[in-house]
Design a protein around this ligand. Sequence first.
Ligand SMILES: Cc1c2[nH]c(c1CCC(=O)O)Cc1[nH]c(c(CCC(=O)O)c1C)Cc1[nH]c(c(CCC(=O)O)c1C)Cc1[nH]c(c(C)c1CCC(=O)O)C2
Length: 347
Amino acid sequence: MDSDVSERRFLDPFAGKAVSPPPVWLMRQAGRYLPEYRQVRVEAGSFLKLCYTPRLAAEVTLQPIRRFGFDAAILFSDILVVPDALGQTVRFEEGEGPRLDPVQTLADLDRLALSKTGSKFSLVCETVERLRRDLPQETALIGFCGAPWTVATYVVEGRGSADQSAARHWAYRDPDGFQRLIALLTDASIEYLSGQVRAGADALQIFDSWAGSLADDQFERWVIGPTAKIVREVRARHPGVPIIGFPRGAAALLEGYIEGTSVDGVSCDTACPLGLMQQTARNGQVVQGNLDPLLLVSGGDALDRRVDEIRAAMKGLPFIFNLGHGIVPDTPPDNVARLVKRLRSTN
Ligand SMILES: Cc1c2[nH]c(c1CCC(=O)O)Cc1[nH]c(c(CCC(=O)O)c1C)Cc1[nH]c(c(CCC(=O)O)c1C)Cc1[nH]c(c(C)c1CCC(=O)O)C2
């Protein structure tokens, strides 16, 4: 692992240092809005092939760093690599999103196994190793996984859904059976994240994109519990590596999430009020967020104004500038350049 991490300003907020201007990276900063990504994507053939080809996955991770000079790169992979590695069939249909053979019974679940994950996880770790070698010294590298609850919604439903009802039903109907699925995803995520840190990741993010669809008692059991376990186990193996949680849509439960999981930072979604972000950061928590990805599509003066507003609200606090959710494909790359320039234009 690289020893000289001191010059990576992305890590400063986690060491209690206020940084001005704040460090910046954007969720989905690698992806289809970049023509050079689309070219590599065609070369790879399938999306999962891209994730499992270290040379190409590293290349698309580096593309936004070359263009925009973000303070952190995020490993190019996907949250659905975990069920794929466990033995579930996962496909990405062009323009339709992910398709998985749904796991809906204990017999389906028994076909998945932690013992199968080795070869695919090691390809992702090889990408991380390459990246730590090829990234600029000052750029931090973020590894990631999906939170067990969010990954489970895809595993059970077999695709993205509006209300995550298949997973929510299973959790009510047969909590013990559903717990087995969550436990398997939790254990796999611990292995996956630990491997990424061993390979050179400087920080980790746990994406819980569907955290907001659960009743509060269910949130406690399926979001907080498993996330707390991942944080505990990864931290025991790799003390000092910051872990950021992204419980999207759960601003009302943010305090309980932070306390219950003991994450080092929280990524706030677009609907999270700036006042709550300030309050959270004043309590010493690192906060990340939360520009609306659609404002990055429309751009112009309105983009500048909102960038200034978020930055001013979080000034002097442990803050990392980001979006409230991922970049969308029709984002003009020039608007991303404009955002970074605006953010860095003054101290
Ligand atoms: C829910 C989720 C997924 N994947 C992810 C989440 C959590 C964050 C979120 O809520 O957006 C996370 C993810 N997916 C991807 C990354 C790579 C790193 C980065 O942020 O730059 C990360 C961190 C690449 C990707 N993952 C995917 C793409 C686009 C596919 C392509 O290039 O063909 C990329 C760049 C595909 C994907 N992957 C997933 C879906 C639903 C889709 C289809 C939707 C879409 O097409 O945008 C599952």
